[in-house]
Ligand binder design. Sequence first.
Ligand code: HXC
Length: 262
Amino acid sequence: MSYECIIAEVRGDGERKTGLITLNRPKQLNALNDQLMDEMGQALLAFDADDSIGCIVLTGSERAFAAGADIPTMAPHTFISAFKSGLISKNWETILLIRKPVIAAVAGFALGGGCELAMMCDFIIAADTAKFGQPEIKLGIIPGAGGTQRLPRAVGKSRAMDMLLTARMMDAAEASTAGLVSRVVPAEKLMEEALTAAETINGFSGPSVMLIKELVNLAYQGPLKDGVAVERRYFHALFGTDDQREGMDAFINKRKPGFTQS
Ligand code: HXC
């Protein structure tokens, strides 16, 4: 299968191998558009169905894991168009259906939807260059793929509120202290570290691996679904505001936004 916005490859020479998915829109810092999410969904499902694959690694470029959902694509939406289309590909949540472990290998920016996508993976290995953030508030919107729900679970309420309300980024060291990432390694060692972790997992019993994943998620999620559903509805609603127009127009035209709280 050939893709335009991702690269999907098989790595390793053991009995069970690793599916490696690389987000590949480098000019847009891997901004997540529907095509990319659809391709990623297809690649994830194909690796999940392939008995020779034990584990999946999801990564971006040296500069960005992903700088968020694609802003120019989102900018023209109204509340009604966002609500009717579901705004964001249904494949945004395909990753949550995958029964094999998905490791995020994050270098550079993981912002907005990029941070949300990393948090949907089973664990995150970060390069020392990684920067995590939920800067949606700067665009006059809020996270729309679980950021307000998963970030507090990952780093605690106070730090999550701080990041979501001030839009500040967290570096790799802070992300490690906060528990958002499981390991931090020098950038040049990121892929080696992630692929070695995947190979270790590939060496274990597939059913044990899949059951551990299922049970840890059960422990972690609680009523998350309700929170994410409510979050999505408000995410859509914000496309009815002037501040969304202003925030996205300012980003696209490279100027400072002037919000009117309307
Ligand atoms: C589309 C983006 C983009 C994005 C960056 N680019 N982020 N394009 N969508 N989210 C593009 C820029 O327009 C620019 O294109 C190129 O990538 C390089 O970015 P620069 O800004 O020139 O780089 P730099 O100065 O290094 O700043 C990097 C950055 C900044 C800090 C990551 O680009 C930034 O703040 N990006 C937006 C981050 C963000 O707000 N993410 C949340 C989006 S909302 P050109 O053509 O000018 O070279 C979201 C909602 C999720 O994610 C909802 C889930 C459903």
